[in-house]
Design a protein around this ligand. Structure first.
Ligand SMILES: Nc1nc2c(ncn2[C@@H]2O[C@H](COP(=O)(O)OP(=O)(O)OP(=O)(O)O)[C@@H](O)[C@H]2O)c(=O)[nH]1
Ligand SMILES: [Mg+2]
Length: 411
């Protein structure tokens, strides 16, 4: 097959791109790439901004804008409340408020009593001393029993009964463990939900403190403040394990031991010491299927109580059953307490016991303070460690070591 040179070259000539078109295409391609690059940079920039924002909001150091107060909250009122919070009333103002029955002043004074700040304690002492002549007019009742026996539920029912009789009731708790766990405070607030709402009732959870002695002293001073504030009945709840019931026994007029039936060890399970302290043993949860068992337990406790020597008060401890849920037997408990108060007022034991308790607390407070000061003394602390080792290694007798430490403290 023959092929003409011209016929081959002709089409090549016609498809050749002009220079200006080449330039245009090049320009278009460069422009397009630049535009893409610009668009991509924009995208990258916006991503970085959102990422930074996210980082800010999750960072612990980032402060949120906060929520603006709703329109109906007046600025004037907010400022007034803030100003009121900052005002620290004088001791005289607190006393005036307490004597007028003001709960806010009572709570403030109790907070001072519970404080560790020396200035606060001085102010608290001033308030207590001024309140003392107005105190002493209430009936102080201690309620004890093992955890879960129903103390708080009982106090709720009993307290409501008293307020229905027109009495003002204050409920305090002595439980040093609650200052660590806060468990029982929460429990009491939920168990006493009716009493909490009662305008004639005041519930104050346990004072915080490391030692039982410290907590008990604060509770005792709180009793004085509550009495000056016009409370007729002060109820003190304490867990019936450990030493707290002994402390409570020495600050109340009437000591109530709550029990439940059906534990199977009616007599062995009770600490003799607590039984001896009780002015009444009340078997709680006497409801439903439990009524029969509760009555049986009552008879057994009654028999056991007769084995104890007669009380100095002239009062024979009583036994009863009740239900804090159905309220059966609750008003009978109050009647028993009234009989006790009548008997001990007539034979003057009531006031005699209170004087003895004052004396007891004087000595207790001195002991507590001395102990605290002794163990916090810097020189004693170092010397104590050395002497502990010496005693362990039989290098010195415990009595001789104690003598060295005491001499160091008192010199
Ligand atoms: N059936 C019945 N249950 C009761 C009664 N009293 C209390 N309870 C229940 O017993 C449980 C413990 O009651 P609390 O009042 O918390 O007992 P507590 O002795 O104060 O307990 P602590 O504060 O933990 O020592 C709760 O579930 C109450 O509902 C009662 O009279 N009858
Ligand atoms: Mg309780």
């Amino acid at each position: 097959m023959s092929c003409d040179k011209n016929t081959i070259l002709a089409p090549i000539k016609t498809t050749q791109t002009p220079v200006f078109l080449k330039g245009f295409i090049l320009l278009f391609l460069v422009g397009y790439s630049l535009l893409k690059l610009f668009w991509f940079s924009l995208l990258l920039l916006s991503k970085t901004i959102t990422l930074n924002d996210q980082k800010k909001s999750t960072s612990a150091l980032h402060e949120k804008a906060g929520i603006a107060p709703p329109d109906f909250v007046s600025d004037v009122v907010v400022k007034k409340i803030q100003k009121f919070r900052k005002v620290q009333p004088s001791a005289a103002a607190l006393v005036k408020g307490i004597l007028a029955g003001m709960i806010t002043d009572l709570s403030r004074a109790i907070t001072l009593v519970e404080s560790r700040n020396t200035d606060h304690l001085l102010k608290a002492n001033e308030v207590i001393n001024a309140c003392l002549p107005h105190a002493n007019k209430s009936i102080r009742i201690g309620v004890t029993g093992v955890p879960g026996v129903g103390k708080s539920t009982f106090i709720e029912a009993f307290g409501k009964h008293l307020t229905s009789l027109g009495k003002k009731v204050a409920v305090l708790a002595v439980d040093p463990s609650s200052s660590i766990s806060h468990g029982s405070i929460l429990g009491d607030k939920t168990r006493m939900e009716e009493l909490v709402k009662d305008p004639n009732a005041y519930i104050r959870p346990s004072a915080s403190g490391d030692t039982l002695g410290g907590v008990a002293r604060k509770t005792r001073e709180t009793i004085t403040l509550c009495e000056a504030c016009g409370f007729d009945v002060i109820i003190i709840e304490t867990v019936g394990v450990g030493q707290s019931e002994t402390a409570v026994h020495s600050m109340v007029d009437f000591f109530l031991l709550l029990k439940i039936a059906g534990a199977g060890d009616e007599l062995q399970g009770i600490k003799r010491g607590i039984m001896e302290m009780a002015d009444a043993i009340v078997i709680n949860k006497a409801d439903g299927d439990n009524i029969k068992k509760a009555k049986l337990a009552k008879t057994e406790f009654n028999r056991a109580l007769h084995l104890f020597p007669a009380k100095k008060s002239g009062w024979t401890p009583t036994t009863a059953t009740c239900s804090a849920i159905t309220h059966d037997g609750i008003h009978e408990v109050w009647e028993t307490i009234e009989q006790f108060v009548k008997l001990t007022s007539d034979n003057a034991y009531f006031t005699k016991k209170r004087s003895e308790q004052n004396e007891y607390w004087l000595i207790e407070t001195i002991n507590e303070q001395l102990k605290l000061n002794f163990y916090n003394h810097p020189e004693v602390t170092t010397l104590l460690e050395a002497n502990k080792k010496a005693v362990q290694n039989d290098e010195i007798s415990p009595f001789a070591a104690a003598q060295i430490l005491l001499e160091k403290y008192f010199k």
